[in-house]
Design a protein around this ligand. Structure first.
Ligand code: PLP
Length: 801
């Protein structure tokens, strides 16, 4: 949209006056942010309305992306970028003697997700809008987001994330679109005069689901889509129903807090309530919206696609069946054909403990009608497939089995498409985790490699790099990241490579300033910034990185004259509050940091920095400053990873196992430009099959490794008596479940190589450049376009090369 600086200043000052009945001098950065947010909403307002009108007029097929997590990050900057107002607003604020960065930093960062899953959903919302897809998000408006992490005495302490304390400028409460969600009670089927059966519900607990809509603004294309987040409230009481405090609390609890568990499924009934709550409310609102302009349900499959992001929203399948049969009087066969036509499912993990299941007794008690429908899905699946595939296979794959409702199986059976998120992951789904269902439905399985919003992770997070790129190639890359590949023309341009070093220095200085200010640690910006940022989990192997730091420390102590570049190891990671082992690793890293950072023999040559409370906003600060991207999960365990893509796009070189999308990154940028190491997935599976992994052998064969491991228990690192022992035992007594010791030697070798290679900055920046230039293929726009073409069958405006 068009806006002059002068007009913006007038609008902004008016907004301040209207909102606060005072003048600019009397407002805080937060107040200024809120005013600016209101103004942006107003600038966007007609575009949002027009987008819905346009979709309605053209009767466009709508995509609904269901996800129990959305991790959008701060929205002010990206909304301004996408509306094309960023420069105008910056200039206007400057003329008012305000600092845009300060105002922007006052925005709360909504932590409505744990990590990669929620961030992916947010990137895809951005891309759907930017590609002109009629895409809607559907999720939960948690009153408290993921906990705020602080360290006390090196231990993680969790504080509540009260992100709504000052309201949320981006949301619109639509109480006129609220609907009721039923839990518990009894249900029985009553025959009607026409012979149809209608459910009769008795003594249910009803919850009012109230939607809050947030505009998802496309990149300079006049499109604003909607992210709809549901909040649980007391139903209006026409009959003056009395609610006890306990009943009120039970309703409040449904959307009170995000489950802080990243990949273990918790057996709590509350989680199941959350899942049905947003699935039911979402499907009800879809059907209502569809019903406004269509007669009957015949066209449903042509007008609606529902995407199930991981298993948490799987109950959309029986919920849609319920609405089609009970409210719209479809037969089972018609309802089932429509449902499978509408639904598609993305699997995000092969970890057994992360495959959701619910005890049948709990499920039945909480969702009696939905349970009846799942029983019928199960019965029909068994009847249809047993004659073809035999009883054993069908028993293993049916939605009900071992006293459990098996969500992943239900999701596959009720969808027309099942995708993994990187080629290796999709192969493992077919050959291992969902092998049996792959026999039954081979045509449903496909791969959609994850992607990232380059707009946020490069254009906004790394303006110095973006400007440098603009000075060399056409700014088309901003809309079409695949154009980044034309940067390879500068592979041998010494001046450009120097400029890359300068850009990296600038970003490292910004991060170093944050570290100095918040942690009191001084780091050299000519050091290697070696970054591992992701949830803390045994399979992600922060521990392997820690062993390397201990090795470097012992090495520097033993050989003080060693010449090597300074090394700064940077961590960001939250552990699930109940994940004892992950918390022990946090304590270990902090204790090691204490030792290393204060050792006068070490000085500024080695630093360990654990930045607390990692989230999207800290990612935007850390990623542009990284030299090394640590992607060191045990091969086969990380489905795709996305921080690997963000870091690559910012010129970090991957130190990576052959896991998830690392494989594709290494292939895209060229093996010579990364540092791959470690067991392949095949080798890991080989160990499983033979059962012959013996971690102790590695300990005994390598004196250096022995010295490093002994440091965990011999007092070398003060303050970790119990944690050190526990970790040591996990590696040696309990045989090292994630093959840390097997990969140690090849990891250390690559770290040594990095220390050498980093000293030749020309060569180093050539690697960085190869990574930036190849990162375009991991754009979320491309990924979403493939979902649109292959799965949702909706048009989009992606520019193809
Ligand atoms: C991208 C991102 C992740 C995912 O990181 P992985 O290393 O792929 O697990 C997690 N958290 C945040 C805040 C992110 O931005």
């Amino acid at each position: 949209m068009k806006l002059t600086t002068a007009q913006f200043k007038t609008d902004f000052l008016n907004e301040i006056k209207t909102l606060y009945a005072t003048d600019l001098n009397d407002t805080s950065a937060l107040g200024q942010f809120i005013a600016l947010g209101h103004l942006v909403r107003r600038y966007d307002g007609s575009q949002w309305t027009k987008t819905s009108e346009k979709y309605r007029k053209k009767d466009r097929k709508q995509v609904y992306y269901f996800s129990i997590e959305f991790l959008p990050g701060r929205l002010l900057k990206s909304n301004l970028l996408n509306l094309g107002l960023l420069d105008t607003v910056r200039a206007g604020l400057k003329e008012l003697e305000l600092d845009f960065e300060t105002i922007s930093a006052a925005e709360p960062d909504p932590g409505l997700g744990n990590g990669g899953l929620g961030r992916l959903a947010a990137c895809y919302m951005d891309s759907m809008a930017s590609l002109g897809i009629a895409g809607n998000g559907n999720g939960i408006r948690y009153r408290y987001g993921l906990f705020k992490q602080v360290f006390m005495d090196g231990y993680q302490v969790e504080l509540p994330d009260d992100w709504l304390r000052n309201g949320n400028v981006w949301e619109i409460r639509r109480e006129n679109k609220a609907c009721l969600v039923r839990f518990g009670g009894n249900v029985w089927m009553q025959p009607q005069a026409d012979g149809q059966l209608q459910p009769v519900y008795e003594q249910t607990d009803d919850v009012l689901a109230v939607p809050y809509d947030v505009g998802m603004i496309g990149y300079r294309n006049d499109v604003t889509n909607t992210l709809r987040l549901w909040s649980a409230e007391l139903p209006p009481s026409a009959d003056n129903a009395y609610y006890s405090q306990e009943q009120r609390d039970r309703i409040d609890d449904i959307t009170k807090v995000l489950y802080p568990d990243d990949s273990n499924s918790e057996g709590q009934a509350l989680r199941l309530r959350q899942e049905y709550f947003f699935s039911s409310a979402g499907v009800q609102s879809i059907i209502r919206h569809y019903g406004l302009r269509h007669q009957g349900m015949r066209e449903l499959g042509k007008k609606i696609a529902i995407h199930i992001n991981d298993t948490h929203p799987t109950l959309v399948i029986p919920e849609l069946m319920r609405l089609l049969m009970d409210d719209h009087h479809c037969s089972w066969d018609v309802a089932w054909a429509l449902t499978t036509q509408v639904m598609s499912y993305t699997n995000h993990t092969i970890l057994q403990e992360a495959l959701e299941t619910w005890p049948i007794d709990m499920f039945k008690g909480l969702l009696p009608r939905i349970y009846q429908i799942v029983v019928e899905i199960d019965r029909r699946y068994r009847a249809a497939k047993t004659p073809i595939f035999g009883e054993d296979l069908v028993n293993r794959t049916a939605p009900l089995g071992n006293g459990q409702v098996r969500m992943a199986y239900l999701a596959v059976i009720g969808s027309h498409s099942v995708n993994g998120v990187a080629p290796l992951h999709t192969e493992l789904l077919k050959n291992d985790v969902l092998r049996d269902l792959y026999q039954v439905y081979p045509e449903r399985f496909n791969n959609k490699t994850n992607g990232i919003a380059t707009r946020r992770w490069v254009q906004l997070a790394n303006e110095p790099l973006s400007q440098l790129i603009d000075s060399k190639i056409s700014p088309e890359w901003r809309q079409q990241p695949s154009q980044l590949k034309t940067l390879m023309a500068y592979q041998k341009d010494a001046k450009f490579l120097k400029q890359l070093t300068t850009v990296k220095q600038t970003n490292k200085q910004a991060l170093a300033a944050y570290i100095k200010q918040n942690l009191g640690i001084e780091v050299r910006t000519d050091a290697i910034f070696d970054v591992q940022i992701k949830r803390l989990h045994a399979y992600k192997r922060q521990l392997l990185h820690v062993l390397e730091i201990i090795r470097e420390y012992l090495d520097l102590k033993a050989h003080p004259a060693t010449k090597a570049p300074a090394h700064v190891h940077i961590f960001g990671a939250k552990a699930a509050p109940s994940y004892h082992y992950a918390k022990a690793i946090i304590k270990l890293i902090n204790a090691l940091a204490d030792l290393v950072n204060h050792d006068p023999d070490i000085g500024d040559r080695l630093k360990v920095v654990f930045i607390p409370n990692y989230g999207v906003s800290l990612g935007e600060l850390i990623i542009p400053a990284a030299d090394i991207s640590e992607q060191i999960s045990t091969a086969s365990k990380e489905a795709s990873g996305t921080s690997n893509m963000k870091l690559m796009a910012n010129g970090a070189v991957s130190l990576a196992t052959l896991d998830g999308a690392n494989i594709d990154i290494i292939q895209a940028a060229g093996e010579a430009n990364e540092y791959p190491f470690g067991l392949t997935a095949k080798a890991v599976y080989g160990y499983y099959e033979r059962g012959d992994y013996r971690s102790v052998d590695f300990y005994q064969a390598d004196p250096e490794l022995k010295r490093v491991l002994d440091a965990l228990v011999d007092g070398t690192i003060p303050g970790i008596t119990t944690e050190g022992r526990e970790i040591y035992d996990s590696l040696l007594r309990y045989n090292d479940e994630f093959f840390v010791l097997a990969d140690y030697e090849s990891y250390v070798q690559q770290q040594r190589q990095i220390s050498q290679d980093f000293q030749d900055q020309t060569k180093w920046q050539q690697k960085a450049l190869a990574n930036i230039a190849a990162a375009g293929i991991f754009s979320a726009d491309l990924a979403v376009a493939r979902y649109a073409d292959d799965i949702w069958q909706v048009p989009h405006t992606l520019l193809q090369d």
